[in-house]
Design a binder for this molecule. Structure first.
Ligand SMILES: Nc1c(C(=O)O)ncn1[C@@H]1O[C@H](COP(=O)(O)O)[C@@H](O)[C@H]1O
Length: 175
């Protein structure tokens, strides 16, 4: 299967965070590619990646970077594809620098920014974007959401069982 999602990051040091996006796509059997593409360190290659992504068959780009994270926004400036930005937390500033670099895009150049370190949600958001035009994937996303619902309900049951005597006020109580 040729990749439909491009997962790129400013450095291989981002992989421990970005791997969660790949795992989420694996769960939905969505084909992806991974690469290091840095706006700062390899600007020409970064522009080429963004310019060619749609013609190569990619549908969504997930871009993660730490610190002064210009990669997601720069990619969004040269591709018509949706770009999801993942702020990668580094040693200093806890990812706030990266978050603010990615989230405050000027009007006209959107980047869908997830939480600091939120690569799993980036993968799931990519899956939802693809599911909008794929009935089978849409069905699997609904099942995934039902699983989440069931797990949360279970957690409530377990908590109520543990905290005896306070089980009466939760909206799940009585189930
Ligand atoms: N923010 C960017 C960009 C960019 O935005 O183009 N390129 C690399 N980086 C970030 O630099 C951090 C340190 O990289 P190294 O670990 O290679 O020194 C990484 O988090 C990377 O995403």
């Amino acid at each position: 299967m040729s990749p439909v999602v491009g997962i790129v990051m400013g450095s291989d040091s981002d992989w421990p965070v970005m791997e969660a996006a790949a795992k989420a796509l694996d769960e939905f059997e969505i084909a992806y590619e991974v690469d290091v593409v840095s706006a700062h360190r390899m600007p020409r290659e970064m522009i080429a990646y963004g310019e060619q992504a749609a013609d190569r068959g990619l549908k969504v780009i997930i871009a993660g970077a730490g610190g002064a994270a210009h990669l997601p926004g720069m990619l969004a400036s040269v591709t018509p594809l949706p770009v999801i930005g993942v702020p990668v937390p580094l040693k200093h500033l806890d990812g706030m620098d990266s978050l603010l670099s990615i989230v405050q895009m000027p009007a006209g150049v959107p980047v869908a920014t997830v939480s600091v370190g939120g690569a799993r949600n980036a993968g799931l958001l990519a899956a939802r974007i693809l599911a909008a035009h794929d009935e089978d994937l849409l069905g699997r996303m609904r099942e995934f959401q039902q699983d989440l619902n069931d797990q949360a309900t279970e957690k409530g049951k377990r908590l109520r069982a543990k905290v005896e005597g306070t089980a009466g006020f939760g909206f799940n109580s009585g189930k």
